[in-house]
Design a protein around this ligand. Sequence first.
Ligand code: SF4
Length: 132
Amino acid sequence: MDNDRICSLFSHKLAARKAGFGWIGKSCMLITPEHGPRVRWGSVLTEAPLPAVSDPMDERCGSCQACVDICPVKAYTGASFREGDPRKVRFAAELCDRYFHEMKERNEELVCGLCLSIWTKTSVFPVCSRIS
Ligand code: SF4
C-alpha cells in the first residue's frame, strides 16, 4: 500500500481490465457486464502463458454520471478512463480519504460506498440495464 498516493502498489482492477473482464468506469472501479462494480478482485502473478478472457472492453458508461453525482465530497471528476492517464484525472482519492478520517474523528461508523451502491438502482439509472 502506498499511503501517500492512497493506492496499492499493484492494481487488480487494471489487471482485470487488461484480461478482458470489464472496463474502468468514471468511479475508477472495474465494471463487469455481469455484475457491474460489485466484484472483488485478486491477482496471481505468473509467467504462465494464460489467454485473456477477451481484449480490454470499451467503456459502456456513456453519458451516465450516477456514481460521480452521488459522491458527497465530489471526489470524481466525471472524466472517462484513458489508458496512461494518471488516476487523479478521474479521482481525487484524498477527498474520499479525508471524508473517512472526518467520520472517524466524529466516532461515526466508517461507511460510504455510495459510488458502488448506486449501481443497484437499475430502475433509476438506466446505465445499469445497458450493461446486461
Ligand atoms: S466511497 Fe463515498 S466519498 Fe468515497 S468516492 Fe465513493 S461516494 Fe465518494
